[in-house]
Design a protein around this ligand. Structure first.
Ligand code: RM4
Ligand code: MN
Ligand code: MN
Length: 392
């Protein structure tokens, strides 16, 4: 009996519908971020890598490689102006020819020197207008690319008490976002990401899910909150946030990554795989379609394509475990007040080796049995390094 057959037999015996688990795994779509393939570092230094993509087109090629290996990374999220090209239509063609879909368009309001005191919250009306212009431009870019989402992370905030009036900043933000939202075509949604701190160290204008949710409610139905796993204070129960937002139909999606301390942007599931599993348990438990699932990582010392592949595989794994939770046992335990039976039901799924299920799903999708092993064996890293150049 193969490991796969043994696992199926065990799950069947527990009354798990393994057919639909397989179908769900095969239908999983993760967006990988174009910006996760380029050079990055910390504020202390950037370590350039051999074979780093030189253009938006090459970043798409790297995303396509991750999809080829995993079968599950079928879309690429873009960041502007980082991915700005002369002809957005050409970029769209390149993405589609690579077998990918265009993911969310991420505006960038955090690098221009003009935004040192904020973008759409800036006390200077001219700077607010410039920032708003960029948000509107991104809607237009998305239209040309065929993207269905704007994904905004607002880095605005203040560094010192008294620096600016907190409520006035919020009014400026709502004023601006209201006009931007009004310009949104029907096929696009607006995702609003929050982050506790950094770059602002006193008061971030969108610091938490509640602030983001209030903004979304003010904007309209197509505005939803985006949860980045690294954007909370230590110890915050992220899966609970997920369940609340989801119940209100305001969970727009994720930026998956993992952290030990702050917004570390490490490989998904590398530090706290149990938290990742619990997030997927909440998602599966809602019975709703999955929201937009994006990876937002920034690898500094590790090989980027390989790191992205590991993240996708870890997501497949966490999702598979969440899909095999015995929901009836869980509900019965909760209803009867059996504290540890419910916990045991979760642990039973979490402790199950679901890799044969994930491998089977990848095989059915024409992807690799073991994506990391296949990537290493392919020699792509060396070939691309020779082609694109760039020294370590
Ligand atoms: C931020 C946030 C955004 C990402 C930037 C690069 O911390 O996570 O989503 O676009 O980093
Ligand atoms: Mn993010
Ligand atoms: Mn972040």
């Amino acid at each position: 009996m193969t490991e796969y057959d043994a696992l199926l037999a065990r799950l069947d015996a527990r009354g798990i519908d393994t057919e639909s688990v397989g179908a769900a795994l095969r239908a999983l779509v993760i967006e990988t971020p174009s910006w996760g393939y380029g050079d990055s570092g910390t504020r202390f230094g950037v370590f350039p890598q051999p074979g780093r993509p030189r253009t938006a087109f090459e970043r798409v090629d790297d995303a396509a490689e991750v999809h080829r290996l995993t079968g599950t990374a079928g879309a690429v999220a873009l960041h502007f102006p980082w991915d700005a090209v002369d002809d957005a239509g050409e970029l769209r063609g390149h993405i589609e020819a690579a077998g990918l879909a265009v993911g969310a368009v991420n505006p960038n309001l955090f690098q221009d020197r003009d935004y040192v005191l904020g973008s759409i919250t800036n006390p200077d009306a001219a700077i607010r207008a410039k920032a708003e212009e960029h948000l509107l431009e991104c809607i237009e870019i998305a239209r040309i690319l065929g993207s269905t989402a704007q994904s905004l992370w607002l880095a605005d905030g203040t560094n010192y008490p008294g620096q600016d009036d907190l409520l006035e900043r919020r009014e400026r933000m709502l004023d601006s976002l209201g006009r931007v939202y009004a310009a949104l075509p029907a096929e696009q949604e607006y995702l609003v990401e929050y982050k506790l701190f950094e770059p602002a160290f006193y008061a971030t204008d969108l610091a938490d899910w509640g602030s983001a949710l209030l903004v979304c409610q003010a904007l309209g139905e197509r505005a939803r909150v985006l949860v980045d796993m690294g954007h909370h204070a230590q110890g915050v129960n992220v899966e609970q946030i997920v369940s609340i937002l989801s119940s209100q139909d305001r969970l727009g999606g994720f930026h998956f990554n993992n952290r030990k301390y702050a917004d570390d942007d490490l490989i998904v599931g590398s530090v706290n795989p149990f938290e990742l599993f619990l997030v997927f348990c909440e998602l599966v438990g809602t019975g709703r379609p999955l929201p937009r699932l994006t990876i937002d990582q920034s690898h500094n010392i590790e090989a980027k394509v390989e790191a992205m592949v590991m993240s996708v595989v870890n997501i497949q794994d966490a999702y598979a475990r969440a899909l095999i939770v015995d929901r009836e046992a869980l509900a019965a335990a909760g209803a009867s007040g059996d504290v540890l039976a419910g916990h045991a039901a979760l642990l039973d799924a979490y402790n199950t080796d679901v890799r044969p299920l994930c491998t089977a799903a990848r095989q059915a999708l024409g992807a690799a049995d073991d994506p990391v092993v296949a990537l290493r064996a392919s020699g792509r890293f060396e070939r691309i390094a020779a082609e694109r150049g760039g020294t370590a």
